[in-house]
Ligand binder design. Structure first.
Ligand SMILES: [Zn+2]
Ligand SMILES: [Zn+2]
Length: 137
């Protein structure tokens, strides 16, 4: 069964099927800016399992510290970043978990790793049993 999500104004809708191939928190400074929050929570699905259901996201690309290009796909009306694609993740889409419709999604899916762990905001505890990476593995 497809899991669905959308932006804050709901003009852009997406869905995915199957199990995510990865699910991580990211504590890098770019993710703070993009999310407007303290860290990001993201899962990865193969292109074939991803569907843009409605709307036309705007894109913004930046070269990451790795030297690889990464592109944010966001709603031109409400500004929500829904997903990202990049040269470090060929054939995959990185979805922001906050856009999923099911309010229980984050409770049912615990991140398995944390990227850029040393940049973690000090009062945020590591997730138990989540693998800690100094950067991008
Ligand atoms: Zn929107
Ligand atoms: Zn990040």
């Amino acid at each position: 069964m497809a899991q669905e999500g959308g932006c804050f104004c709901n003009k852009i809708r997406l869905s995915y099927t199957g199990e995510p191939s990865a699910h991580v928190l990211c504590h890098c400074l770019d993710c703070r800016k993009i999310s407007g929050s303290s860290y990001s929570n993201n899962f990865i699905v193969p292109d074939d399992n991803f569907k843009l259901v409605s709307g036309f996201p705007k894109t913004f690309s930046k070269t990451a510290d790795t030297g690889k290009k990464i592109t944010s796909h966001f709603c031109p009306d409400c500004g929500t970043t829904l997903f990202r694609t990049g040269e470090s993740f060929p054939g995959s889409v990185i979805i922001k978990i906050g856009v999923m419709d099911d309010p229980e999604w984050p409770n049912k899916n615990v991140p398995k790793g944390e990227l850029f762990a040393p940049e973690r905001v000090k009062w945020i505890a590591p997730i138990k049993n989540a693998e800690q990476f100094p950067g991008m593995p």
